[in-house]
Design a protein around this ligand. Structure first.
Ligand code: FAD
Length: 387
């Protein structure tokens, strides 16, 4: 028998979970809502962890997210088990909480860890939470050379942030240029120029082989697949994220081909009355790891919980990435399935441009740097095509 009962349980107090709780209250839902998060911190703006918070220009208070006062927020509260038949969750404290209206799985993602020789050495960091950013800041205080592994957003953002703090940064990536996987060769070449111009060294088309340590068991160098040895006082890994499906899998929820929780177009999982939102949520064969999409999905689930109806989630994905305070790239749509044409407008040299990505003659995504009107036009086009 449960220790107590609430109307809605939300597991995970990140972007999706907080947006869901907030939207429930905005819609006038007066029932009890439990928002349980595993982290020690109150909910916060995660993207700041590689940007202003890491740079030290934003404080913890600056990045805190507001949670409605009448939502029961538990921090350091892991949900250990969900029984979707009995409609109960078990918290790490041992408390058994029943839900009557719905359960929302908003457990996000965890960093992808690489198991190479030397991976256990001190000074090798991953970045997902504010505490990781604190550790990186403290650790690089004395460092001269920092090596970033990966050519995607996190590694590039951290390289830009730490360069602005006066660190000598080297990026090691498999890609031919940074951000090419997401944005294509033209933008990749542009990002490479931006980073190089600020002193970031780029090692492209080369992978991480292993780390070498000092006598004090601290990282001293990165060795690449091609045999290059790069001295490193600290390392930050930007090697991707994997959806956190521990709870969902143990609860017997169906998982999808991307490894996320498989959801209907309305974001309902394989168990009726159990929903998913955010990085963990897979629907239509894809999973999107963007801040604003996680929030939009959280709000969507809230609407379904309140209305009792299951409208499909339709929203043009949007995200942004910052290279220090030099440039912000914004992106709408999704070219994850590939594209066969990219058309640039404006001027890459002047840092004011947009790119339209299309497949089979149809627009699938667009990127803009200092061209907000182009971005909005593409967003409208994508929205009307989606019906
Ligand atoms: C450093 C960094 C920078 C980023 N920058 C950008 C950016 O510029 N633009 C952008 O669009 N996106 C960015 N992202 C991605 C964005 O932050 C994510 O897409 C977003 O946070 C996903 O929200 P979420 O609520 O699904 O998951 P999360 O924010 O990961 O939150 C999930 C929460 O659930 C908790 N949890 C998991 N399991 C349990 C459990 N069993 N019990 C209790 N709690 C649990 C986790 O501890 C976590 O706190 C960035 C991500 C990182 C890490």
């Amino acid at each position: 028998v449960a220790d107590r009962s609430v109307e809605v349980v939300i597991v995970g107090a990140g972007a999706a979970g907080v947006a869901c709780a907030t939207e429930l209250r905005s819609l006038g839902f007066g029932g009890s809502v439990l928002l349980a998060g595993r982290e020690p911190d109150s909910p916060y703006d995660r993207p700041a962890a590689s940007k202003g918070y890491l740079a030290g220009t934003l404080s913890r208070a600056d990045v805190e997210l507001e949670v409605p006062g009448d939502v029961e927020l538990l921090t350091r509260a892991s949900v250990m088990k969900a029984d979707v038949e009995a409609r109960e969750v078990k918290l790490a404290s041992g408390e058994l909480v029943a839900w009557t209206r719905g359960l929302v799985i908003a457990t996000g993602a965890n960093v992808r860890r690489l198991r190479v020789d030397g991976a256990q050495l001190e000074g090798i960091h991953y970045l997902r939470a504010l505490g990781n950013a604190d550790a990186i800041r403290a650790d690089v205080a004395e460092a001269e050379s920092v090596v970033l592994i990966g050519g995607s957003f996190i590694a590039c953002e951290v390289a830009a942030t730490l360069t602005a703090l006066g660190k000598r940064c080297t990026l090691v990536m498999l890609e031919p240029a940074p951000m090419t996987d997401g944005f294509g060769p033209q933008v990749g070449a542009w990002v490479a120029v931006q980073l190089s111009a600020r002193g970031v060294e780029l090692i492209c088309g080369d992978g991480l082989e292993r780390f070498e340590g000092s006598d004090a068991e601290r990282v001293a160098a990165v060795v690449t697949a091609s045999g290059r040895r790069i001295p490193a006082d600290a390392v930050v890994m930007g090697t991707g994220a994997i959806p956190d499906v521990m709870l969902a899998r143990a609860a017997g929820l169906a998982l999808g081909e991307t490894g996320g929780v498989a959801c209907s177009p309305a974001l309902e999982t394989s168990a009726p009355g159990v929903w998913a939102a955010g990085d963990v949520c897979e629907f239509g064969g894809r999973r999107i790891e963007h801040w604003e999409v996680a929030q939009a999905q959280g709000r969507h689930v809230a609407r379904s919980l309140v209305s009792g109806q299951s409208a499909p989630f339709v929203e043009v994905p949007y995200f942004w990435t910052d290279l220090g305070d030099w440039a912000t790239l914004e992106y709408v749509g999704s070219a994850a399935g590939g594209w066969d044409a990219e058309v640039v407008s404006g001027s890459l040299e002047e840092g004011a441009f947009s790119v339209r990505y299309s497949r089979g003659g149809e627009l699938v995504a667009a990127l803009a740097c200092d061209r907000p009107d182009d971005l909005e036009a593409a967003r409208r086009e994508l929205a009307s095509a989606a019906g």
